[in-house]
Write a protein that binds this ligand. Sequence first.
Ligand SMILES: [Zn+2]
Length: 158
Amino acid sequence: MAITERLQNTTEVGYWTGEIPLEYIYTFGRAGERYFRTLKDKGVFVGARCERCEITYVPPRTYCERCFERLEDNFVEVPSTGTVHTFTVLYKNLDGSEKDQPAVMAMIRLDGTDGGVVHYLGEVEPEQVEIGMAVKAVLKPKKDRKGGITDIKYFKPL
Ligand SMILES: [Zn+2]
């Protein structure tokens, strides 16, 4: 096969397989910094409210993505309760090995907001989980919080 022909099967040409180890640092940014600091210090979620668009962003944003209004002065505390918007059941670890027990990962829409959190569900069996299920965040004790997403242990059914 000439290299200029359109590939239909990538293994028909010369190739090698490999892995690329990846390490990265992802900064929170100003809005994310406030979000995680408030979660760590007060155990409360923060959103950013655009009154013009009637949208509450969670996680918060510095600007409204619809009208470009500056939102940094409109950060608001939002409930730690919400509903399961969607979910999936995990049977394998990142390295492909089997999990000891299946885990449930869900997108949780926080009450009164237009955003939410992707996190584990706990204190519930996978077959009991439903879209629309009411849940509440369970945080680590304040002394163990580090200002990151792992400050949330999981969300549990109400
Ligand atoms: Zn707006």
